[in-house]
Ligand binder design. Structure first.
Ligand code: ARG
Length: 462
C-alpha cells in the first residue's frame, strides 16, 4: 500500500491522528465482504481493460495490474492471502496487496472509480449469482413436490378453513398449491434481475467522472445489460437489496406456512403424516418422543429473514443521498438472509423426501365434520331448482338431523332426508361420497383428479 509520511493507508493521507483501534475493529467489513473477492477482481479487471481501451492507462500498466489481480485471486482461493482489518474492506485489502506485487503501477487501478461504485458493482454481480442459486433450489423443491403429488392424486383428505373440516380435497391439490407459490417465488427473484442488470461501475464517488470512460464496455464485460442513468441515484440506491430481502422473506413465508401445517398434521391429534427418523429428533428426557425439529427450524428461520428486511429498511429510512457508512451493513444482512434461505431450501427438500401421508387417517378425518354438506346444497340447486340460499337452509336442517341422531351424512337413510325435503330421491346419497365430491370440483383450478393430472402435466412440461 502506498503510505503517507505517518505510515498510514493512502486514504488517510490528511488525517493526523491514528485511527482508534476500536473503530478499526468495528468499522472494518473485511470479514464480511471478503466473500465477494472474486466479483471485486472481476470488476477491477473489466475496469482496467476499459481504461486501457480508452487510452487512459498504458498497455503495460493494464497487463501488470491484471497479472497482479490474478495472482491475488489465486492466493485468496488457496487461503494464502492475509486479510487485514487495517485496510477496512475487500477493495482496500486487494489494492494494498496489488502494490506489494506490482509496485507503484498499482496506483493506476483506482483511476475514474470510487469504492462507492466499486462495492455495488461487486454486490450486484454477487446477487445475480445468488438469485440463480436460489432459483435452482426452488426448482428442486418444485420437482420433489410434483413427484409426491403424482403419487397422491387419489389421496383424499379434508380441506380445512379455520382449521375445521371444510370440504374434501386431494392431497396432491394441496401440495400443488405450494408449487404455485414456489413458482411465483422464482418469478419474483427473476423480476429483480431487471434492476440487478444495471451496471453501477463508472459513476465514481457520486458525480460521474471527467475521464473519457466507456461504461457500455464494462457493462458488457461484466454481464450487465445497461449502465445506470444517474450517478447520485446509483450510489444511494439499495432498492435492489430490499427487493432481494423481500423476495427472500416471501419465500420464507411459504416455507414457514407449509412447515407449520406439516407440524400440525404430524401431531398426535391429527396423525395425518409420518416423518422418517431422518427428520425428527429425540427428547433428552422423554424416551418416546420423535419431535419435528426440522420443520420447526424452517418455521422459525423465517423470522430471521423478516428481521433482516426490516433492518435494511430501517438503515435506509431518512438517509440522505448518496454514500454513508451506514450502507456498509447491507452486505452482512443480505449474506445472512441468503445463507439462511439456501439452508432452508435444502432442508425443506430433504423434509419433502421424508414424509409419508397416513392415507387411512386422512380419509377417516375427512369422513367427519359433515364435510360434504356443501355438495348436498349444490345438488339441491342443480336438481330441485332451489336458490342456493334455500338449499343452504335445507342442508343445514339435514346436518342438524345427523348431529341429533349422531350419524354421519353417509349414514342417513333416504326416508330421514325426505322428512326434511320430500322431493329427494335416493339418487342424492351419492353426493355424500368423498371421492364423488372431490371429482365434482372440476372447474378450472379445482381439486378434481382430472384437473390435478392436467396441472401436473403442465408443470412437468415446463
Ligand atoms: N466497504 C464500503 C461499503 O461496503 C465500501 C464503500 C466505502 N466508501 C467510502 N466512501 N467509505 O460500503
Amino acid at each position: 500500500m502506498v503510505k503517507n509520511k505517518n505510515n498510514r493507508a493512502i486514504w488517510n493521507t490528511r488525517i493526523k491522528e491514528k485511527s482508534s483501534t476500536l473503530f478499526q475493529k468495528v468499522g472494518s467489513s473485511i470479514n464480511i465482504d471478503k466473500r465477494i473477492y472474486k466479483e471485486d477482481i472481476l470488476g477491477s479487471i473489466a475496469h482496467v481493460e476499459m481504461l486501457f481501451k480508452q487510452k487512459i492507462i498504458s498497455f503495460k500498466v493494464k497487463n501488470k495490474i491484471i497479472y497482479g489481480l490474478q495472482k491475488i485471486d489465486k492466493e485468496i482461493s488457496k487461503n494464502k492471502f492475509e486479510f487485514s482489518d487495517k485496510y477496512e474492506d475487500i477493495h482496500m485489502n486487494i489494492e494494498k496487496n496489488l502494490f506489494k506485487i506490482i509496485g507503484e503501477d498499482a496506483g493506476y487501478i483506482h483511476t475514474a472509480r470510487s469504492r462507492n461504485d466499486q462495492v455495488i458493482t461487486d454486490f450486484k454481480i454477487w446477487m445475480k449469482k445468488a438469485t440463480k442459486e436460489i432459483n435452482n433450489n426452488l426448482e428442486k423443491i418444485i420437482k420433489s413436490t410434483i413427484k409426491i403429488s403424482e403419487k397422491n392424486i387419489e389421496t383424499i383428505m379434508p380441506g380445512f378453513t379455520h382449521l375445521k373440516n371444510a370440504q374434501p380435497i386431494s392431497l396432491a391439490h394441496y401440495l400443488m398449491a405450494y408449487v404455485e407459490m414456489f413458482t411465483r417465488d422464482i418469478k419474483r427473484f427473476e423480476n429483480n434481475l431487471e434492476s440487478l442488470n444495471q451496471n453501477p461501475l463508472g459513476v465514481a464517488a457520486l458525480t460521474g467522472t471527467s475521464f473519457n470512460i466507456d461504461r457500455n464496455y464494462t457493462t458488457k464485460k461484466l454481464g450487465f445489460k445497461y449502465p445506470t442513468n444517474n450517478s447520485i441515484d446509483t450510489i444511494s440506491d439499495r432498492d435492489f437489496v430490499l427487493d432481494f430481502l423481500y423476495s427472500i422473506s416471501v419465500c420464507s413465508i411459504h416455507i414457514s406456512r407449509i412447515a407449520e401445517e406439516l407440524i400440525i398434521w404430524n401431531s398426535d391429534g391429527f396423525n395425518l403424516i409420518n416423518l422418517s427418523d431422518k427428520i425428527v429428533t429425540g427428547s433428552s428426557i422423554m424416551p418416546q418422543k420423535k419431535n419435528p425439529d426440522h420443520l420447526e427450524h424452517l418455521r422459525g428461520k423465517s423470522g430471521i429473514n423478516f428481521g433482516n428486511l426490516i433492518t435494511m429498511l430501517t438503515i435506509l429510512k431518512g438517509l440522505p443521498l448518496s454514500y454513508f457508512k451506514d450502507l456498509q451493513d447491507d452486505k452482512e444482512i443480505a449474506f445472512k438472509s441468503y445463507d439462511t434461505l439456501i439452508d432452508c431450501l435444502k432442508l425443506f427438500n430433504e423434509v419433502l423426501n421424508n414424509i409419508t401421508p397416513n392415507k387411512k387417517e386422512m380419509y377417516k378425518l375427512a369422513e367427519s365434520g359433515y364435510i360434504t354438506a356443501t355438495d348436498l346444497a349444490d345438488y339441491l340447486v342443480k336438481n330441485h331448482s332451489m336458490s342456493f340460499r334455500k338449499a343452504y337452509q335445507k342442508t343445514a336442517e339435514i346436518v342438524n338431523l345427523a348431529e341429533k341422531k349422531k350419524k354421519k351424512l353417509t349414514e342417513l337413510e333416504i326416508n330421514e332426508l325426505q322428512k326434511i325435503e320430500p322431493k329427494l330421491t335416493s339418487d342424492v346419497l351419492k353426493v355424500f361420497d368423498l371421492k364423488y365430491s372431490v371429482n365434482s370440483k372440476n372447474s378450472y383450478g379445482g381439486t378434481s383428479f382430472e384437473n390435478i393430472k392436467r396441472m401436473i402435466m403442465k408443470y412437468k412440461k415446463k
